[in-house]
Each structure stands twice: as structure tokens, then as C-alpha cells.
Design a protein around this ligand. Structure first.
Ligand SMILES: NC(=O)c1ccc[n+]([C@@H]2O[C@H](COP(=O)([O-])OP(=O)(O)OC[C@H]3O[C@@H](n4cnc5c(N)ncnc54)[C@H](O)[C@@H]3O)[C@@H](O)[C@H]2O)c1
Length: 95
């Protein structure tokens, strides 16, 4: 049996700027807790959300090991993910 999850959770790659930052803002406005994986923090300081709602993890998404570790860190902080947005535009990760 799958337990019902009341917390809305999302992870967004490339969420520190551009299109994905807009997606992050929309998710936060909808009550999601959001994890961002990005190379740098970019424009994140412009977002008004505390650590209970927003988790930034520095991560190069072409590095598969780092991506796996980041998903684990997100799980520990916010629990299971409901939404994953692959916003950072890169090619196949090196496995
Ligand atoms: N802006 C547009 O009009 C447009 C149109 C079509 C497609 N796209 C594509 O959509 C994607 C996002 O566009 P954008 O304009 O928001 O770009 P952007 O440069 O503003 O944002 C991309 C984000 O991804 C992050 N990123 C890049 N490589 C990364 C990596 N290896 N690991 C982790 N994070 C990484 C960057 O640090 C940045 O924060 C790009 O792939 C772009 O080519 C953009």
C-alpha cells in the first residue's frame, strides 16, 4: 500500500536562472517544496523562500554520481518527489 503524501515536492535542474527559475517560482507559489540542482546560485537570492521550502544543491548534472547524491539529499530533506523538471539543457550524462 502506498502512503498518501500531503507535502508537494519538486526538483528542478537549472533552476537558478532563466526558464527554470520561473518554474521554481510557480512551484513555490503552488505550495511546493523545491530542490534546485544547478552549477551556481544565480538569481536565487531574489526568491523569498526559507530553507524549509527551498533547497539549493550545487551540482553538475552531467556528473551522474553527483546527481544521484543530490537526489538522495533532496529525499532526506523533503521526502519523495512528485515533480522533476529537467530544465538545464545538456546532453547525455557521463555514466
Ligand atoms: N530561453 C529560450 O528562449 C529557450 C528557447 C528554447 C530552448 N531553450 C533551452 O532551455 C534551456 C534553459 O534555457 P534558459 O534560457 O532558461 O537558460 P539559462 O542559461 O538562463 O539557464 C540554464 C540554467 O541551467 C544551469 N546549468 C547549465 N548547465 C548545467 C549543468 N551541467 N548542471 C547543472 N546546471 C546547469 C545554468 O547554470 C543555468 O542556471 C536551455 O537548454 C536552452 O537552450 C531556451
Amino acid at each position: 500500500m502506498i502512503a498518501k503524501q500531503s507535502t508537494k515536492t519538486a526538483l528542478v535542474t537549472g533552476g537558478s536562472s532563466g526558464i527554470s527559475l520561473c518554474v521554481v517560482r510557480m512551484l513555490l507559489a503552488e505550495g511546493f517544496k523545491v530542490t534546485i540542482l544547478d552549477l551556481h546560485q544565480g538569481s536565487l537570492q531574489s526568491i523569498d523562500a526559507g530553507p524549509d521550502r527551498l533547497l539549493f544543491i550545487p551540482c553538475d548534472i552531467t556528473d551522474w554520481k553527483s546527481v544521484k547524491a543530490a537526489f538522495g539529499q533532496s529525499y532526506e530533506q523533503f521526502g519523495p518527489l512528485q515533480v522533476v523538471v529537467n530544465g538545464a539543457g545538456v546532453y547525455e550524462p557521463v555514466c
